[in-house]
Write a protein that binds this ligand. Structure first.
Ligand code: HEC
Length: 186
């Protein structure tokens, strides 16, 4: 081949190399441009993790106390949280039992408060009353609170959601016990 043809081949080779390089560079640039979104997502995931750890820490009584949470709780928000319970429980006075007993007047009531509901032996024999603390534990982790009960519910992790829910139960109790007092200095 003559020199011109060799040059053309060489030029073609260089150009295609350039195109490939440029393409790769461009792809990298595009990926780089997307990167800020990714770490933001990872942060969100990390926050959720921290939140769950927070709930665990609260369970170990390191977070705001139940008294503090209840003092700032919202029965209105609790009504929304109660949707998780509504499949099995009614709340209005005189509304019937479902899979679970009617929960009107539950705060401060004896455990197993309905005569017309067939409780598990675990709940029936538990004794005591539904104090704010017991309700909080029960809603957080029913299985651990009264082992052997038949309420098929995993529990609500967020202490604030539980406090709102308890405020809602309290709003549907005619004579609720006084809210626990925040220990001074907290
Ligand atoms: C899948 C159905 C189901 C869901 C969901 C459910 N429960 Fe229950 N609940 C039951 C059953 C069944 C019992 C009776 C447990 C037993 O006898 O062992 C019960 C019992 C209770 C009791 C004891 C009542 C008493 O008379 O002593 C309370 C309080 C309670 N549930 C609150 C809640 C709250 C609050 C929620 C929502 C966060 C909830 N439950 C979600 C089925 C459910």
């Amino acid at each position: 081949m003559d020199i011109m043809t060799a040059n053309k081949i060489a030029a073609g080779f260089i150009i295609s190399l350039l195109v490939v390089k440029l393409g790769a560079w461009f792809a990298e640039e595009t990926i780089e441009a997307q990167e800020p979104e990714e770490p933001a997502y990872r942060v969100a995931v990390a926050e959720t993790g921290a939140d769950q750890k927070g709930a665990a820490a609260e369970a170990a009584a390191k977070g705001p106390s139940l008294a503090e949470l209840l003092a700032n709780a919202s029965a209105e928000k609790g009504a929304k949280v109660f949707r998780k319970c509504g499949a099995c429980h009614t709340i209005d006075a005189g509304a019937g039992n479902r899979i679970g007993p009617n929960l009107h007047d539950i705060v401060g009531a004896p455990v197993a408060h309905r005569d017309d509901f067939s409780y598990s032996d675990a709940v029936k024999n538990h004794g005591g009353t539904w104090t704010y603390e017991l309700l909080d534990h029960w809603i957080a982790d029913p299985r651990a609170t009264i082992p052997g009960n038949k309420m098929a519910f995993a529990g609500i992790r967020k202490a604030k959601d539980r406090a709102d829910l308890i405020a809602f139960l309290r709003a549907n109790t005619s004579n609720p016990p006084p809210l626990p007092e925040s220990p001074s200095g907290e």
